[in-house]
Ligand binder design. Structure first.
Ligand code: GDP
Length: 573
């Protein structure tokens, strides 16, 4: 039929639009993506949605099946690539990185809350980068009295509601439209939007029961193909952006990229921008995760000879350790001038490179912990989180990839300055045996965890423990002043050890306290208290004023001579 004919014909022309999901924490970004994916997993369809590196691939067949477009509507793109961007505040760097490569965005707004801090921030970013977007007005099922219509188109679902629900919906919608207007955007419900080139669409949804999801999928492809044919035209020139740098136990250093256009091949010579200048290397492996239905297949990744845009891809190659996320990757063709290509690559990387230098200058200080992570984005996010007011852990240095001896050496500089900061906070990285040995030897603590928050918790726990340890060490040297009275007739032993009951007249008496007696204006030292017993017979470490305790005093010979001389006095007492 005409729809299929259109799709096949244009499959050769257009690539998948790349889509980013933004919005305030808890607006429902994750749930929305889950809702889009979920049905597919349940039905176990073939040719369905696949999980990619940092992205989800939604094929056109799936969109058609869920959205059931009216006859005559032709979908020209082969599918949709949704970039998974974490929504937490500390990931704002990553959010903006995701944006620079996306064609269309979804801004999720909680209908009950309207625009929130990060919604406004996202809108500003989109405006700045001139990215088209669709506003999703999520959680419509929370309108009081909402009747669930699972997976229904939103217009149908709304028609099914009572007058009260419809009125509340209209009221909340108007409020959000007004707020968006205040932020400089004209918006309208998508099915009332007849000027979609100027007016942004609003699609109401429930990520729980699926109302409006068909509409959203359809709008994403239709608006993309209507407004950006040029941008979405498939070309044979590779356009590719580095998303992350990873260190993997099995694969070694590798990069996650989004292949925006063109075809990548195993064996291609590529040029990447790194902190240490341009690097030319050869693609050793092109990987994607196994599709859901092939989960039982051994190994986590599927190996490819070639991959066609748009896709999320993992590239394994030498020399990628210092690649800069957000910068482009170029493919060298036979006859290309290497020098020219590298210069081009570095030019593109300079801006990002400068930004990185700025980050390390701004956010690290002389005294602080050392942070090490597997990916650049995570490293930035951890540093930002550590620097945030509620956390306040200063960062003294950072690095990417496995922890090596030189990292421990750098961290060990803190041993002399601020001992508790002589620590490496490690996220998802290997600790090389040499580094491990040197850390134990020098006293540098390596704290590891699999979430940023656990990492901070473990570090705080380490600080607490080392403070306690220090206190105990100091306690051995510190003397707490006290006055004791030897009780009459309660001297049990006068030799090896000296044992008697005393009453604490002033201060606190502790095990280890040196004691003395004053006879005729002369002070005679009696050695240190080796142990104490409470009246109930329990061993104790300290006793306060008014308490009667038995003290045992290990005396050296000299003290013993003294005691003999004082014998008389003690017996009288
Ligand atoms: P994110 O922080 O934007 O990714 O938000 P989540 O997807 O984690 O959702 C935050 C909370 O809102 C979770 O408890 C979700 O179950 C809930 N939620 C998300 N979408 C909906 C929705 O459409 N309806 C209702 N009732 N709850 C939702």
């Amino acid at each position: 039929d005409s729809e299929d004919a259109g799709a096949i014909e244009c499959d050769r022309m257009l690539r998948e639009p790349i889509c980013c999901i933004l919005g305030h924490v808890d607006a429902g970004k994750t749930k929305l993506l889950d809702c889009i994916r979920h049905t597919n997993v349940q039905k176990g369809e073939a040719g369905g949605i696949t999980q990619q590196i940092g992205a989800t691939y939604i094929p056109v067949e799936y969109i058609k099946e869920r959205a059931k477009p009216r006859e005559g509507i032709v979908i020209k793109v082969p599918g949709l690539l949704v970039i998974d961007t974490p929504g937490h505040e500390s990931f704002s760097n990553m959010r903006s990185r995701g944006l620079s490569l996306c064609d269309i965005a979804v801004v999720v707004v909680d209908i009950m809350h309207g625009l929130e801090k990060q919604t406004v921030e996202s809108l500003a970013l989109l405006k700045d980068r001139n990215v088209r977007f669709i506003v999703v007005l999520n959680k419509v099922d929370r309108l009081s009295g909402w009747k669930h219509c699972p997976d229904a188109p939103i217009k149908k679902a709304l028609e099914n509601q009572s007058g009260d629900v419809k009125r509340e919906f209209e009221w909340r919608l108007t409020k959000v439209v007004t707020q968006l207007m205040e932020n400089g955007f004209n918006t309208a419900l998508y099915y009332d939007n007849h000027k979609f080139r100027k007016v942004f669409d609003i699609v109401p949804t429930s990520a729980i029961s699926g109302e409006g999801i068909p509409d959203l999928l359809l709008m994403l492809v239709l608006r993309s193909q209507a407004t950006m044919v040029e941008k979405l035209t498939f070309v044979n020139t590779v356009e590719c952006t580095v998303l992350e740098v990873n260190d993997d136990k099995d694969l070694g250093t590798n990069i996650d990229v989004v292949l925006i256009n063109g075809v990548l091949h195993k064996g291609d010579q590529v040029n990447v921008c790194t902190k240490q200048g341009p690097v030319t290397t050869t693609i050793r492996d092109l990987l994607t995760p196994h599709p859901l239905k092939e989960l039982r297949v051994k190994g986590i990744y599927k190996h490819h000879k070639e991959l066609k845009a748009a896709q999320g891809v993992k590239i394994v190659a030498w020399g990628l350790k210092y690649a800069i996320p957000g910068t482009p990757l170029f493919v060298l063709k036979p006859g290309d001038d290497l020098g020219q290509s590298e210069a081009k690559s570095q030019r593109n990387g300079n801006e990002e490179g400068n930004m990185m230098q700025e980050i390390s200058r701004l956010k690290t200080c002389k005294e602080g912990v050392y942070v090490q992570a597997s990916t650049f984005g995570i490293l930035e996010a951890i540093i930002e989180h550590l620097n945030s007011p509620g956390v306040n852990v200063p960062v003294g240095g950072c690095n990417l990839g496995p922890i090596e001896k030189k990292d421990v050496m750098k961290a060990s500089a803190m041993l002399k300055r601020k001992e508790e900061y002589a620590a490496i906070l490690a996220f998802n990285v290997r600790v090389m045996p040499e580094a491990h040995a040197f850390a134990s030897e020098s006293g540098v603590k390596i704290v590891t965890a699999d979430t940023v928050y656990k990492l901070v918790d473990s570090f705080n726990e380490h600080i607490k423990r080392s403070k306690e340890l220090k206190k105990m060490q100091c306690a051995a040297d510190a003397v707490f002043p006290c006055t004791l009275k030897i009780l009459p007739n309660r001297v049990y032993r006068k030799k090896d050890p000296f044992l008697c009951d005393v009453e604490v007249l002033e201060g606190v008496v502790k095990v280890g306290t040196p004691i003395c007696v004053c006879v005729g204006g002369t002070v005679h030292g009696l050695g240190r208290i080796s142990s104490m017993q409470a009246s109930n017979g329990n061993q104790i470490d300290s006793a306060k004023r008014g308490v009667v305790v038995s003290v045992k005093d290990e005396m050296n010979d000299e003290n013993w001579q003294l005691i003999r001389r004082l014998k008389k006095l003690l017996e009288i007492a």
